[in-house]
Design a protein around this ligand. Sequence first.
Ligand code: FPP
Length: 265
Amino acid sequence: MNLDLERLPRHVAIIMDGNGRWARQRVRNRVFGHRKGVETVRTIMTCCTDVGIPFLTLYAFSEENWNRPGKEVKALWQLLERYLASELPELIKNRVRLRHIGDDKNIPPHILTRLLAVENETAHLDALTLCLALNYGGRQEIARAARLFAADVKNDVCSADQLTAERFSRYLYSSDTPDPDLVIRTGGEIRVSNFLLWQIAYAELYFTEVFWPDFGKVHFLEALAEFQKRERRFGRTGEQVKKGGRPAHGGPSAADVSLTGSGSR
Ligand code: FPP
């Protein structure tokens, strides 16, 4: 497989789907699938550090996931708890900084404490930022950003007519992270399920039938190869893209464009 290491996505975001069906195929319970899914998290994290992708965001628990059976919800948080308890040496070895986005309110307090501790202990690491979306919802994130902006207007920090898309994005959880260039969804469904709704405005979307526990290095590299076949226009014509240069409006910020070298994409 031919991959151009100069044209990799800077930020890959993944909807990890298919754990339950993977387990059912093996006549096991759903938690067995989630457990195997954690192994895939490790594999894909290593792929990112190997090829040099600096940002990876994983949809680990959506706000809607609270609607699952209580036992499964409990097991998912336990898996995260175990991951946080055991993973620190591996994160440090691979120079991975752990972050999370989402509403902290309903995260079990002892898990949140451990999560913040691991984030703190890995804050200086620079090969990869691994961001877990936990108790996350895209619409909820946008509504929260609007509330924060409204509070700034009320407190005379800025006025309502100063609001631009660029300014609004500073109120999102991910304000210091470039927008995803590539979104991968495993498990065969073709939808975005309230994931990073604002941030994926210009992302390439990649859907695969492969269940998350089966998604391995080869599948990930296939997704990257497909990404490199896509022409990223950001509203321009194909001819303009071939000539190079950056879009005057829309698309990623100027900083993103120069960093991703997207003139040739
Ligand atoms: C969707 O599969 C998967 C989830 C809702 C949870 C994903 C979580 C993990 C892989 C564990 C993450 C843990 C860490 C430590 C990051 P599904 O259950 O909806 O599968 P189905 O569509 O086949 O039923």
